[in-house]
Write a protein that binds this ligand. Structure first.
Ligand SMILES: Cc1cc2nc3c(=O)[nH]c(=O)nc-3n(C[C@H](O)[C@H](O)[C@H](O)COP(=O)(O)O)c2cc1C
Length: 346
């Protein structure tokens, strides 16, 4: 089979296998839309607290409270205007809450509901959620079971998936056991970022574990970790036999990595976008974000992103005079100021 290929996750039919991974603080619906335009076939929201959504549901009138329609949800959870297929990632420790919240997601029309079992952040793990779920595989299984039942009953059978790490630490690499339990409980895909919780985001991810998992599971395995260039994606697909790859840090400020990877995998030529195209994408991103969170906050949020859009990200040459440009960008406070600073490059 070609490395770029259609993929089914449960009943969801996807035209390709290049995904945008969940990345907190980055994969808002504006960026997901930009990535979908560039060729991300499925994008994930950042981790969203099931407990917080559950409280929102209790805050209004009626059974679903404030979550009775799409507008009741935080923008981060809502589908972007130009977004294609979207997976909503929940985190939580209580299977009953995760199941209940999964059932409330109908107004968002998710294509996938994903369970975060990989987050290493203290605030999350001390509640028993994120990568702490991997220390309690039976609870992980009950959480998937509750979510899959809710998805069957109220979301028309939307697939439930799980994102794992390799384990809690080097002494407990239990990804295979967690994945088996998750699949038995109804997970239709397992994603793995093969670093342990103890590793955080440092060091190298161990792709041999992706290969091991892909060889064991009857459902698709999506690989994550150290995908910085289109060539990395090709190597991961070829070396591990995983069904899909998920770009994370490699896509930040570089949504073009999706079109580049697709071209590389399909053996067609691809032209590196010139500065005007990259800046136009960044400005579109800013404008969409401003619609969601207001111009002032969006301009602040986008500082880090513009720097990434204009930095010489691996695989793309830097924009000329990038350092001087970034110096100005980090002071921009309005969309008009961004436009003025960038006019020279457009
Ligand atoms: C700042 C940051 C935020 C992240 N947020 C999430 C998240 O919300 N949910 C999740 O499952 N993974 C999250 N991840 C992990 C990524 O999805 C990905 O698995 C990881 O970064 C490895 O891929 P990479 O080395 O190509 O970046 C995050 C990673 C980073 C760096």
């Amino acid at each position: 089979m070609d490395l770029y290929h259609p993929l089914n996750i449960g009943r969801l039919q996807l035209s390709g296998n290049l995904f945008l991974a969940p990345v907190a603080g980055y994969t808002d619906r504006a960026f997901r839309s930009i990535c979908a335009e560039a060729g991300a076939v499925l994008s994930f929201t950042e981790l969203i607290s099931a407990e917080a959504l559950s409280r929102l549901a209790l805050s209004g009138k009626g059974e679903t409270g404030a979550l009775k329609d799409e507008e009741g949800f935080p923008p981060i959870a809502r589908r972007g205007k130009k977004e294609g297929r979207c997976g909503i990632q929940l985190f939580g420790a209580d299977p009953a809450v995760l199941g209940r919240v999964c059932a409330l997601l109908a107004p968002l029309r998710p294509d996938v509901v994903d369970l975060n079992a990989g987050c290493p952040v203290l605030k999350v793990i001390k509640t028993g959620a994120g990568s702490a779920l991997m220390r309690d595989p039976s609870r992980l299984g009950r959480a998937v079971e509750a979510m899959a039942a809710a998805a069957r009953e109220t979301l028309g059978g939307v697939p439930v998936t799980v994102k794992l790490r390799s384990g809690w630490d080097a002494a407990s690499l239990n990804y295979a056991e967690c994945a088996r339990i998750a699949v038995e409980a109804g997970a239709a895909m397992v994603s793995i970022h093969p670093r342990t919780r103890a590793q955080g985001y440092a060091g190298k991810s161990d792709w041999s574990l992706i290969a091991d998992l892909a060889g064991r599971l009857p459902v698709p395995v999506a690989g994550s970790g150290d995908l910085h260039t289109p060539e990395d994606a090709r190597r991961m697909l070829a070396e591990t036999g995983c069904a899909a790859v998920m770009f994370a840090r490699g896509a930040m400020g570089n949504p073009f990595i999706f079109s580049a990877a697709r071209a590389l995998l399909s053996g067609v030529s691809w032209k590196t976008p010139e500065a005007p195209e990259r800046i136009a994408a960044a400005l579109r991103h800013l404008e969409m974000l401003a619609e969601d969170i207001g111009e002032k906050r969006a301009c602040l949020e986008m500082r880090k992103q513009f720097c990434a859009y204009t930095r010489g990200v691996m695989g793309l040459p830097g924009i000329s005079r990038g350092a001087a440009l970034r110096e100005k960008l980090v002071r921009a406070g309005t969309i008009a100021q961004y436009r003025e600073i960038l006019a020279y490059y457009m």
